[in-house]
Design a protein around this ligand. Structure first.
Ligand code: VGL
Ligand code: ZN
Length: 201
């Protein structure tokens, strides 16, 4: 068993990010057995769930003339436009059915604000609006997090950077992550994480 100051954070292991999902990450479901095994050795286990209202501003279908993976400028900065995904209450938004989600101590839902995307488990993409996870971890005496899940170069990456900025000790276990990798985004994310003191396993 890992010590009580360490948490496992399982990012967005949902049907829409797995093969056959709306924003499928190649091999995304391959990490499920590994994560299930890891869950047994952490005393604090947090899951995140991307949880968008229909018509969310991060969907290409919400912008006339745009297609998935186009970029737009939002008031809070550049935003990739995605296929519709993880719409609240749909099968695509559910955790992968083989994932042991019963093990979650805490489930953080994010991306509910129609005008603002949210990749990180800690802050929405304006880098200001908190999800409450930092307070939850602090209240439980957690100062060390291990991140796994989908996708390495988006939600795992943003979560790792925010965790490091909050002063937590951060590890990303790449054996239990898979990437989207848009135009070199995986290499860029790994470089930025290393530069910010995130330990890549
Ligand atoms: C994610 C794109 C859009 C992720 C979520 O979980 O990495 N990526 N929404
Ligand atoms: Zn999303």
């Amino acid at each position: 068993m890992r010590p009580a100051n360490e948490a496992l954070i399982v990012i967005d292991v949902q049907n829409d990010f797995c093969p056959e999902g709306r924003l499928a990450v190649s091999d995304g479901d391959a990490i499920v057995p590994l994560i299930n095994e890891m869950l047994g050795s952490f005393q604090t286990r947090v899951f995140t769930q991307d949880w968008h209202p229909a018509g969310h501003s991060s969907f290409a279908t919400s912008h006339e003339g745009k297609v998935p993976f186009d970029m737009i400028e939002m008031p809070y900065g550049p935003q990739v436009l995605w296929p519709d995904h993880c719409v609240q209450g749909t099968r695509g938004a559910e955790f992968h059915r083989a994932l042991n989600s019963d093990a979650a101590d805490m489930i953080i839902r994010k991306g509910m604000n129609p005008d603002l995307d949210s990749y990180s488990a800690f802050f929405e993409n304006d880098h200001k609006t908190p999800t409450g996870l930092a307070g939850y971890l602090a209240a439980r005496g957690v100062d060390h997090v291990r991140l796994v899940g989908l996708a390495t170069d988006f939600c795992v990456y943003y979560s790792a950077m925010d965790a490091a900025a909050l002063g937590l000790n951060v590890e990303v276990d790449r054996s239990a992550c898979r990437a989207i990798d848009l135009d070199g985004s995986l290499a860029a994310a790994e470089d930025a994480m290393r530069d910010n003191g995130v330990k890549l396993l």
